[in-house]
Design a protein. Structure first.
Length: 341
């Protein structure tokens, strides 16, 4: 039986069959909530047939919805419309799938449950003792405690996870630079950063070479291309300047400082999670578009100097790792639900 995992976020749609095909598509849900069903339909048609759909979401937090309950209901309606009549099952943080009707009544458990599905599946790679899963995407970073292969988070909802350090609302793409750094180095001095959406972490990692240029992508702070030169312009705006005053080297120096500050912020959350583990951390699993940043986190933490590091990008391939939650949903759905159909 072919099962498609769907991970529906506020800025990205991710899908996987848990075997050979995983894909990610940019979709600004907050701008076009009424197009979600059509976008999901296009994505699902790329798989040329399936028997079931396993779903998790974070898009219910998009501010086009007044409440999470409204967001969950809207997303479930869109999935059902796009499903073509296939069976739909929804993951919740209690660690099991429920049908759509039940999911509507379990908003606190269904909302933002994709991280739990990933940990529930990936945890089998670290079956003994205490371990961590670090998943870094375009918008957020998850630091998930795992005990004997089973996710054991201190928080279940987003507010609880923010409090514990298990969720850091900082990623490698959409996070505004001004949310990470208060000031930027410029030719020997620190200049206060403009509190404006002039540049994002995408620009930081374009300038540092961690993200490849994509001239066709205009999902940037100013709607101009995702190129190094355009990133230089956006970074210059962060000190209220332009390319006439800020060289590429200047912009790269600023980017390096912002990247270091983001590493420090996420690293502080990581240390808070490590303190609460029941024993020494035995392994760290890494996944997501920002796996390069997860590797930097591990190497910069004295607490993780001797742990086993397991890269999902290396184990599964980069496309599967970037859509790791969808991949995990497909696997879990086939194992736990659809094998019984």
């Amino acid at each position: 039986m072919r099962v498609i995992g769907l991970d529906i976020g506020g800025a990205n749609l991710k899908a996987s069959d848990g075997e050979t095909v995983s894909m990610s598509r940019r979709f600004p849900l907050w701008r076009e909530p009424d197009r979600l069903a059509a976008a999901l339909g296009d994505l699902l048609r790329s798989f040329n047939g399936f028997d079931g759909i396993a779903v998790a979401m974070t898009g219910e937090l998009a501010d086009c919805f007044t409440t999470k309950r409204e967001g969950v209901a809207h997303i479930l309606d869109a999935v059902r419309q796009a499903s073509g009549g296939a069976i739909v099952q929804v993951w919740q943080t209690g660690g099991e799938f429920v049908n759509v009707e039940t999911a509507r009544e379990l908003t606190p458990l269904v909302a933002a449950a994709n991280w739990h599905a990933l940990a529930a599946w990936a945890g089998r790679m670290a079956p003994d003792g205490a371990s961590l899963l670090i998943d870094i995407g375009s918008t957020t970073c998850d630091v998930i405690p795992i005990e004997n292969g089973i996710p054991m988070p201190a928080g279940r909802t987003d507010p609880e996870r923010l409090q514990t350090g298990e969720l850091v609302y900082s990623g490698i793409w959409r996070t505004p630079v001004c949310a990470v750094a208060d000031s930027l180095p410029f030719r020997g001095s620190d200049v206060p950063a403009a509190a404006e959406l002039f540049a994002t972490m995408l620009d930081v990692y374009l300038l540092l070479g961690h993200i490849a240029e994509d001239p066709g992508n205009r999902e940037t702070a100013n709607g101009r291309p995702a190129t190094v030169e355009a990133a230089r312009d956006r970074m210059a705006r962060m000190i209220c300047a332009d390319r006439d005053a800020v060289s590429l080297e200047d912009a790269q120096s600023m980017a390096a400082a912002v990247a270091q500050e983001q590493l420090h912020q996420i690293g502080s959350a990581l240390e808070r999670v490590l303190v609460n583990l029941t024993g020494p951390c035995q392994a760290v699993l890494t996944s997501g578009e920002g796996e390069f940043l997860a590797r930097r986190l591990i190497s910069s933490s004295a607490s993780l100097a001797d742990v086993t590091s397991i890269s999902l990008a290396e184990a599964l391939g980069r496309e599967h790792s970037s859509a790791a939650c969808a991949f995990a949903l497909a696997r879990l759905g086939r194992e736990r639900v659809f094998s019984e159909q």
